[in-house]
Design a protein around this ligand. Structure first.
Ligand SMILES: NC(=O)c1ccc[n+]([C@@H]2O[C@H](COP(=O)([O-])OP(=O)(O)OC[C@H]3O[C@@H](n4cnc5c(N)ncnc54)[C@H](O)[C@@H]3O)[C@@H](O)[C@H]2O)c1
Ligand SMILES: [Zn+2]
Length: 652
């Protein structure tokens, strides 16, 4: 690197940081940033006289933005030195052992969120401050008070600073983006972005709605007298703060490396995004001796995980037609390796998102792949454009059957029920795990069945015979028989699987279970009122269900006749007994769990409710029965103990 390049690199890093920290909208990946940062660092090591004051190596990255008042930290907040492989860790250890050879290490996750400092005075949260430039940050106490994992008061009366990271859990992040997608709002790029943006809202009710989580990783000053960091952390957790999903103390390189490998392997299973593991010297006295560089503590290092975000280009945008007719755009990208997997396609969510982000063919984009979710395009790098980009036109006809698409704004839909893509995908869905779980009906085979004309709808699957299957290319006797056996084994399935396999819009696995438990085969005649009375079933779902039944009644009955799904037990009409149709309240402890007794009474046709009123027919009481028993006595409701209840059932 030459001096001019160095100056340019510093400028560029500062531009990246501004977008990352101030606007919460990064314009490059951490990987690109880190690479350039390390080039700058290397140059500075051999050209100390050239080091610029505003170099990112000389200061903590965040800048304090307008809009919030500023507040100083009691003691400085720091960044972390980072390493990217075992070599880097080895070098860091050698450097650290030179300062003190008699040390051990405490390892915990490196959370990918926004750092926060909490000041408690007299046991009360008095100030919450972002890291800012390390000395002074933004005062966001009101917002932070909405975070449930931040205790408002603690059993520690002396002044204390608790440091940690604010994150959004991955499932919450997906939920927020799903809602934003529905409402036509711009999506958050990643959980870090969403966390940082949500934390720094001028309206704290927005912060409150985002379910942020605070994870502590240290205290400001060493006010506490513990000898080890690991003990200090235990003390912090005992004050009511959240524990990390994983931590360990390690003696040496091999142990650290083993913990890192395990954490890295399991990174997807943690509820929050982790971008590495932080290794810290465990002995507080050694930490104090080692001290700090201009930017980092010498006693800790971030051992980063492989990047999950990469820059690539869009080669083409193709359209997929799902079983409901929804047409979704998918980007075909220049193949790129993300944490060991070569990614070639990524979701673009929907057409609004393409327009909002102005995504064009040939664009440079940031693509995120984390966990087992489909890789997605999270950012267009408009500053990388060179004029070769081609704008994308919203389609008007189905790419598969060429019928005109229904434009619902966010969604485009092929309305042709016989559209090949719709039929094929609904058959695949019908056979999938959470539906009838029929082995052997993958894309290729379903396409072959469809194209041969043997199967034009799911009902046709059950007319397949050995002779018919043997006419298909690639079908030998064994394969054909296996498929027939798998189809046969779907008969007599649980009722909810049957409901779920119909692929009714808005009715997923949970709703299918609820509806099946309540109605069994009666779901086909349930009224709207009855349907919305079910737990977790809303208007939209009820309407979709009723419409589906209206249009497909014949097919549903035909399929039911073929599959003979099992009626759920609750549905069977209870025979006459003293509890049938009666309202019953349970109180006190019984010989079996209350749930078991409740289930038994419900199978007899009783309605088990929680509070006693004049309408209650029976109160069944166990030991230590309390106010419900007293109330029943007052109201003159018949009270039975467990034995009396059982003998009443037996007499019936
Ligand atoms: N993509 C971009 O445009 C862009 C721009 C600027 C910075 N960055 C990223 O940010 C990094 C630099 O930012 P930084 O200075 O905040 O450093 P950092 O995020 O690499 O590390 C320091 C921070 O880690 C956090 N942290 C999480 N878990 C922790 C734990 N268990 N113990 C201690 N700290 C923990 C703390 O908030 C701490 O301030 C770069 O490596 C880069 O990846 C990206
Ligand atoms: Zn179509």
């Amino acid at each position: 690197m030459k001096k001019e390049q160095y100056i340019k690199a510093v400028e560029l890093l500062n531009l990246y940081s501004y977008h990352y920290y101030v606007l919460d909208d990064a314009i490059t990946t951490d990987e690109v940033y880190d690479k350039l940062y390390h080039e700058v660092l290397e140059y500075e090591e051999s050209h100390k006289e050239d080091i610029l004051k505003n170099s990112p190596t000389q200061r903590v990255g965040d800048t304090v933005s307008e809009g919030f008042s500023k507040a100083p930290h009691l003691s400085r907040m720091w960044s972390l030195e980072d390493v990217f492989d075992s070599d880097g860790l080895q070098k860091w250890l050698i450097k650290t052992y030179k300062l003190d050879s008699n040390i051990s290490f405490y390892c915990e996750p490196k959370y990918d969120g926004a750092s926060l400092n909490l000041i408690y005075e007299n046991g009360e949260l008095s100030q919450a401050i972002t890291r800012g430039d390390g000395e002074v940050g933004e005062l966001i106490t009101q917002n932070v008070k909405t975070i449930r994992s931040v205790p408002l008061s603690i059993e520690h009366k002396e002044k204390i600073e608790i440091r940690g990271e604010v994150v959004i859990f991955k499932d919450e992040f997906e939920k927020i983006n799903q809602t934003r997608l529905k409402d036509g709002e711009a999506l958050f790029a990643n959980p870090r972005n969403a966390a940082a943006g949500s934390l720094r809202q001028l309206d704290s009710s927005i912060t409150a709605s985002r379910n942020l989580v605070f994870l502590p990783y240290g205290v400001g000053e060493n006010f506490l007298e513990h000898k080890l960091l690991s003990q200090k952390m235990e003390y912090i957790y005992s004050l009511g703060f959240k524990k990390p999903p994983f931590c360990a103390t390690c003696k040496d390189f091999n142990e650290i490396e083993a913990v890192y490998q395990e954490m890295s392997r399991n990174r997807d299973s943690y509820p929050m995004m982790l971008d590495g593991m932080v290794v810290k010297v465990d002995e507080i006295a050694a930490q104090i001796d080692m001290g700090y560089t201009v930017k980092n503590p010498r006693f800790s290092v971030a051992y980063k995980f492989p990047a999950v975000e990469k820059i690539t280009t869009i080669k083409e945008i193709i359209l997929q037609v799902g079983r409901t007719g929804a047409v979704t755009p998918v980007a075909i990208v220049e193949p790129t390796n993300i944490d060991g997997v070569v990614v070639e396609r990524a979701t673009l969510h929907n057409f609004d998102e393409i327009q909002r982000k102005d995504i064009r063919i040939n664009d440079h984009v940031i693509i995120l792949r984390s966990g087992d979710v489909i890789p997605k395009i999270i950012k267009v790098l408009t500053h990388e454009r060179d004029g070769s980009e081609v704008e994308y036109k919203r389609p008007t006809i189905c790419p598969v059957c060429e019928s005109e698409l229904l434009d619902e704004g966010v969604l485009l839909k092929c309305q042709n029920l016989t559209c090949e893509a719709r039929v094929i995908n609904s058959i695949i869905y019908f056979a999938s795990k959470p539906c009838l779980n029929i082995d052997g009906l993958g894309v290729k085979i379903v396409e072959a069945l469809f194209n041969s004309g043997l199967v034009k709808s799911v009902v046709d699957l059950f007319d397949l015979t050995l002779e018919k299957l043997l006419t298909l290319e690639g079908f030998k006797e064994k394969k054909a028989q296996n498929l027939l056996d798998a189809l046969g084994s779907a008969k007599g399935c649980e009722y909810w699987r049957f409901v779920n396999s119909l692929g009714i819009e808005h009715i997923g696995e949970v709703a299918s279970k609820t509806l099946s438990a309540k109605f069994g085969s009666g779901f086909i005649d349930a009224t709207k009122d009855e349907i919305v009375a079910c737990d977790g079933v809303g208007e939209e779902m009820a309407e979709s269900l009723l419409e589906f039944i209206r249009v497909n009644r014949e097919t549903i009955l035909k399929l039911q006749n073929i599959l003979k799904p099992l009626e759920p037990l609750q549905r069977q009409e209870a025979k006459e007994n003293p509890f049938k149709g009666k309202s019953v309240v349970l109180t006190g402890s019984m010989s079996e769990s209350r749930d078991m007794i409740k289930e038994m009474l419900e199978s007899l046709g009783a309605k088990v409710v929680s509070s006693v009123s004049k309408k209650t027919d029976f109160v069944i009481y166990g030991e230590d029965a309390g106010s419900k028993y007293d109330k029943a006595m007052d109201l003159g409701v018949e009270c039975l103990n467990e034995d009396e209840m059982r003998s009443k059932i037996e007499q019936a």
